[in-house]
Design a binder for this molecule. Sequence first.
Ligand code: M6R
Length: 611
Amino acid sequence: MCGIVGYIGDQKASDVIIKGLKRLEYRGYDSAGIATLNGKLLIKKSVGKVAALEENLTNSALDGNAGIGHTRWATHGEPNDVNAHPHTAQHKKFALVHNGIIENYDVLKKQLEQKGHSFATQTDTEVLAHLIEEIHESETMDFEKAVQLALNQVQGTFGIAVVHQDYPDMLIAARRGSPLLIGINGSEHFIASDASPIIEFTNKVVYLDDDEMAIIRNDSYEVKTIKDVPLTKSVHELAMSLEQIEKGGYEHFMLKEIYEQPQTIADCMRGRLMVDENRIQLGGIEAVVDKITNANRLIIAACGTSWHAALVGEYMFEYLAKKRVEVEYASEFRYQDPLVDENDVLLVISQSGETADTLAALREAKKRGATVIGICNVVGSTIARETDAGVYTHAGPEIGVASTKAFTAQVVVLAMMALQIGLRKGTIDEEQMRELIRHLDEVPEKVDQILNNQDNIKELSKLFTYAPNFLYLGRSYNFPVALEGALKLKEISYIHAEGYPAAEMKHGPIALIDQHMPVVVIAATDHTNEKMVSNIEEVRARKGRIISITNSNNGDVNRLSEFSITIPHTHDCFSPLLTVIPLQLIAYYIAVNRQCDVDKPRNLAKSVTVE
Ligand code: M6R
């Protein structure tokens, strides 16, 4: 949520920062701003996307070799030029960009107002800027020290970058709860919310941890805690490439990411799904696999699409490994006073590895003694670093705000975990394992078949582009897919959509069905098929418009549907990996037809780092 870029080196800082902000735009895009140092502090801000800021800069370029920039997802104060970051204080000598929420900003603001400060914006961030100025000027404190002391008075979360015109060779960065890293490239240094803005310059990074700050100059950096304890940090090498974060000829990142799935699913299984040896090898959880096998319960906590993957995981673990699983909304977990102890394992799932609610659930369970494991996509992310063990999804950077390839990769990891535990527990025998592994191994090829045969999806998307509502129904493994299909559609096309377990329809939602209601039924030929056919009949009897996702040999479903999208057959457990693909495409094409900003839907951000 909100993207930060900082630069100090030989290049023109504004060029590096604008380019970087564009790469970070998926984190927020309601306004953007930049501050550089060129003898004095220069600031430009614009409401809207980074392109608007760039346009603004063409009229009056910002020179200087040091600067900071920000792309915003508003928390406090509506999105406009004034509330856009960077923020300054009374004397406008320094500028600050911030990701996170200063929870005690109101108290601090009142104290500062009593000391004569007046505020120009409605943001919590401006309060932090004034607090730094107050400490720096009234206590004639070193600027770096003033930042440090101010941060100690702040409650809440922050990732910040600061520049001061009297210290032209210095950037300050600090973090609590909002990710920040430092990029190192000889005589130039970068600050960034994640690696995407800096990967074209360097693959060497230092991750800041909570309550750490960095003083960064052209040729050096030092890291310390905000309590002033010096630290020696490891330099990590990023495996990411520039190509992975570019559109590569696709109109949108979302479409590129949908099409990448045969590859990302295969990447996720590589070296882990040992077909010849008939076993699964997940190195990242080797040390805790006994713990997972013997745990009283496996609790899975996640948000959004990752939560839907967790629900699929519940079905898999219970069927394949006979393991008791509870799935929790990460955002609710800590408010339940959860009954979790050292006999439980908490599995958190997060594409970004930075979702504040998921991180809070992780910390809550850890505090209560549970073993905490993770499934993350972003290598080196906070969740990946704070879990006791975990498995990366290896799906590559996901830029589109609507999650697609991360979902399928998460489901693949869950499937592999469930198979591994099932084999250990003896709930699957060698023969069943062989069969299941074969099916899983064939998934990338089958996803490819769906993607190569989707003209009818484009066509039917045209017909339903202006439908005001959609209903998605599924059972068993495909109930979470119904939720996911509805989420995809609503977040990128702004059409109201609901996902339900198909049998729940008759307990209320059926009242919504008439000749205008498209009903997407996920009816792969599985053990629920007969019951799904009955549900489809019920929708038909009320003139609902049935779009089914099914197999070609599913005669009844095909006959009863106005539109059928056929997918290859697989084992019931793995069908979400196939059924979700047409749903991603339906949402995508409808959103494109409605001229929505597919990769940057309104009000959303890719990485939700506020609670
Ligand atoms: O990075 P995470 O997986 O923790 O993110 C969780 C949700 O914010 C995310 O899945 C969100 O729901 C997506 N926009 C869904 O497409």
